[in-house]
Design a binder for this molecule. Structure first.
Ligand code: FAD
Length: 318
């Protein structure tokens, strides 16, 4: 009996290990982490200190770059050999693709983008929560088949910390089928400054911000607090002010401090910020829904409030 966790993303892998450990303890089963790739032995050795009982490491030239077919076939071979009860994977684009392919290959159920996982006390099967109806409701789902395959988005769980206990690292041999595409070139995405996902402080501009030039004062506020600026979807996607936005369909964030400036607090936005440690809202409408989730609210015109905050922070910095 075992729970397996796997993600090609290191941070997400650590998050899955936290939840995997909790579930494995509850069920009294083993937790195994999977490492797939080429020249990944040292990665597996390092991962062995993060709470798993076993780390299966698979090295194969066809797994050198992430392509869905060889990764799916390697995972299917391992699952057929060891028969885990569940495989929990990271809900990245790649993770969701491979999870779905793996489920189809094994003819079992698959629940993607789970925001919560618990154990059904009667059946001992996993209860998997997903946001439905545009984030306005949570649906609890259960696979009827094993292995139960589920995927979990980044930052749903805390990252596991390094421990003194080392998991058993086991080398596995697989066939890993030939990829059907050839990767000709890999280019790293250019990121200026701190990544939104990793920022400690995020100041979000909503539609209350009337012109793109006005974002400068939010940038000044963010800079003084050591943070970054993000946007609601209408500004980012509809008005093309930014390639990324915050929320359910954008980037889900968990900063220490979130400040929503002229953000109404639509459910799809709140779904992506609700785990922020402190939520501050600045809005001229005292009935704006954002105030229901905010720890601190400032009712007022952002064009008066933000410059005042900037002034006060500058004075304090002196
Ligand atoms: C499937 C789907 C997915 C979606 N995903 C996302 C998502 O991931 N992220 C996201 O953000 N949205 C998402 N949306 C859109 C979402 O439903 C809302 O439309 C959006 O979040 C609203 O953005 P907003 O708060 O900037 O604008 P509005 O709702 O228009 O709110 C503007 C706010 O600014 C206030 N305001 C105006 N002037 C001032 C002023 N001078 N000073 C202070 N306050 C002022 C107003 O009182 C108002 O509350 C999604 C929608 C759908 C259908």
């Amino acid at each position: 009996m075992s729970i397996w966790v796997y993600s090609e993303n290191n941070d997400l892998m650590l998050e899955l290990l936290t939840k995997g450990r909790e579930l494995a303890n509850q069920l009294g089963v083993e937790l195994a982490a999977l490492v797939l790739g080429q020249d990944v032995a040292s990665k597996a050795e390092e991962l062995a200190y993060y709470g798993a009982d076993k780390v299966y490491v698979v090295e194969h030239p066809n797994l050198a770059t992430f392509i869905a077919e060889p990764h799916t076939s390697a995972l299917a071979e391992l699952v057929n050999k060891h028969k885990p009860d569940s495989v929990i994977m990271g809900a990245t684009k790649r993770g969701n693709e491979v999870a779905a392919r793996l489920a189809a290959r094994l003819n079992v159920g698959c629940v993607t983008n789970c925001t919560g996982i618990s154990v059904d006390p009667e059946t001992k099967m996993l209860l998997l929560n997903r946001l439905v109806y545009g984030g306005t409701a949570i649906s609890t789902q259960r696979c009827k088949t094993k292995p139960q395959i589920a995927t979990v988005p980044p930052r749903t769980f805390e990252k596991a910390s390094k421990t003194d206990r080392k998991a058993e690292v086991i080398k596995e041999k697989v066939e890993a089928e030939e990829p059907k595409v050839k990767v000709l070139e890999l280019k790293k995405k250019e990121v200026k400054g701190v990544r939104l996902e990793e920022a400690d402080v995020v100041v979000v501009a909503g539609r209350g911000v009337k012109k793109k030039e006005d974002v400068a004062m939010l940038e000044e506020l963010a800079q003084l607090l050591g943070g970054v600026v993000s946007y609601t979807r209408p500004l980012a996607y509809d008005l093309k002010w930014s390639p990324t936005w915050t929320g359910m369909s954008g980037v889900i964030i968990k900063p220490r401090l979130y400040i929503g400036v002229g953000v109404s607090g639509a459910i799809q936005h709140v779904a992506g910020i609700r785990d922020s440690k402190v939520i501050v809202a600045i809005n001229s409408d005292p009935d704006a829904p954002i105030f229901k989730v905010a720890d601190y609210g400032i009712v007022g015109d952002l064009y008066a409030v933000v410059p005042e905050l900037v002034k006060k922070l500058k004075e304090k910095a002196k």
